[in-house]
Design a protein around this ligand. Structure first.
Ligand SMILES: CC(C)(COP(=O)(O)OP(=O)(O)OC[C@H]1O[C@@H](n2cnc3c(N)ncnc32)[C@H](O)[C@@H]1OP(=O)(O)O)[C@@H](O)C(=O)NCCC(=O)NCCS
Length: 434
């Protein structure tokens, strides 16, 4: 078997092979846009596995993303994608060989973190990836969608509530073609404009970019994707309505892209540059007429919206699952790249079985910055690099992995200290599908 890098000329054979691995046909239309999707591949970052006589049997590729780390630190991250091996050649080590080849290539490019979305959760742990962000679906029946008065606010500036549904606070006027403007609620001086997906691509791109820079775990969406509309909705050409929120100066600062079918309003993604904007958008979709329920497809499992509902049980969380998996390729570089929020010191003994590496590091955090150097000191925690990937963005508590028997805490208090240190300013979340 040979593994080689691809060029633009390999696109057809690459796409053909990955389709065969997934059991699809290249011309099957998909919601994401079929062939368009593949045109966004960076073919200089692809790999093909070939038999000794040159037949393609496996593929892997990577996108050049920017990942937001805790502390709003932006770093390059390889987004591993299009991984597949022909059913006729599985369980013979083809994927393992491609993963080894790819990790060496990423390192050679100077990248220190790679990320992926896993088709099955049993595949990538052995290659050093750990689940690091989580997402869920939140379903709210419209007749139970009233929002509570926020207790931290005085009654005077609380939004209008006490109504049976969330609809009362967002009055919609005009026709769609005129772009509907609505005052969102008493505490929100912004407005919502209703647009069609096809006419607001630039606004979405701009707002998404602002949002992702401040959201740990978020990935950049390269301009090429937006221009090609080569992703999942709402980037894709699939028709969507989009509620675009604007601040009092008219600057777009959030959006919710949605479709309605059989009385269910499904929001593909709600992007908001702050919590009040999210609330305004949620209020808008929850108040939609002729809708029996609203499904928020991608929210944090512990999203504050659940607590904003007057009836806590009205928000039903389902499909709680892993999303972004993280793999560190250079532990000291990765740990010094993120922001930290509490001072402290921790000795981490990190094993990387797939690459046959082992290092012990002293992590010292002062004033939001970390130093990470090799040490011979006794460790506080012993862990696999995949577990370090899981806790890196602050979305998995080290103590959870200690309790699960994956991380070893060498003394009482080590897990609590690690929990405090690794926490991010907010739960990491990634909405991007790749
Ligand atoms: C997943 C896939 C790429 C694995 O390729 P492969 O060449 O068979 O993998 P390897 O032979 O290198 O397997 C390496 C190890 O992973 C295990 N493994 C591989 N695929 C696995 C799976 N789907 N579930 C559980 N374990 C798996 C193997 O048993 C082997 O374990 P071992 O080291 O203990 O012997 C291949 O099955 C495939 O193309 N599946 C369909 C497409 C897909 O899901 N791609 C991933 C997209 S994120």
């Amino acid at each position: 078997m040979e593994i080689r890098s691809t060029t633009e000329e390999d696109l057809d054979v690459f796409v053909d092979t990955i389709h065969a691995a997934f059991g699809h046909f290249p011309d099957t239309p998909t919601e994401g846009g079929g062939g368009l999707w593949w045109s966004a591949l960076e073919m200089d970052r692809g790999l093909l596995a070939l038999t000794a006589d040159g037949r393609p049997i496996g593929t892997a590729a990577a996108y050049s993303f920017e990942l937001t780390l805790p502390g709003e630190n932006l770093v390059p991250a390889a987004g591993v994608t299009a991984v597949g091996v022909l059913p006729s050649h599985r369980r013979r080590g083809v994927l393992s060989a491609m993963m080894r080849h790819q990790l060496a290539e990423l390192r050679a490019r100077g990248e220190f973190v790679s990320v992926l979305l896993a088709s099955e959760a049993t595949i990538y742990g052995r290659f050093g990836y750990g689940p690091a962000t989580y997402t869920a679906r939140l379903t709210v029946p419209r007749h139970r969608a009233a929002l509570a008065v926020p207790r931290a606010r005085g009654a005077a500036d609380a939004p209008a509530t006490g109504s049976d549904s969330a609809s009362d606070s967002a009055s919609v006027k005009g026709s769609l073609n005129d772009s509907v403007s609505a005052s969102v609620n008493d505490s929100d001086n912004g407005s919502i404009e209703l647009l069609r997906r096809a006419e607001c691509g630039e606004i979405l791109e701009e707002v998404y970019d602002r949002y992702r820079r401040a959201q740990p775990g978020a990935l950049s969406r390269p301009h090429r994707w937006w221009a090609l509309r080569a992703g999942q909705p709402p980037i894709s050409p699939a028709p969507r309505y989009v509620a675009v929120h604007r601040d009092p100066d008219g600057v777009p600062d959030g959006y919710a892209g949605y479709s309605i079918e059989s009385g269910t309003l499904t929001v593909d993604e709600t992007i908001a540059t702050d919590d009040a904007v999210f609330t305004a958008l949620a209020r808008f979709v929850l108040g939609h007429d002729l809708v029996s329920q609203v499904v928020f497809k991608h929210v944090l499992p512990d999203h504050p919206l659940r607590r904003q509902l007057a009836d806590f049980r009205a928000g039903e969380v389902s499909g709680d699952t892993d999303w972004l998996w993280v793999r560190l390729l250079d532990v000291p570089r990765a740990l010094t790249a993120r922001g930290w929020f509490v001072d402290g010191e921790l000795v981490l003994d990190v094993k990387d079985p797939f690459l046959g590496e082992h290092g012990r590091y002293l992590l010292t955090v002062r004033d939001g910055k970390a130093d990470c150097v090799p040490t011979n000191r006794e460790p506080d925690l012993s862990l696999d690099v995949s577990d370090l990937g899981s806790i890196y963005l602050g979305g998995t508590a080290p103590s959870t992995l200690v309790r699960a028997g994956h991380i070893r805490a060498h003394h009482p208090g080590a897990a609590t200290l690690a929990d405090t240190l690794f926490r991010a300013e907010r739960s990491p979340h990634c909405l991007h599908w790749f």
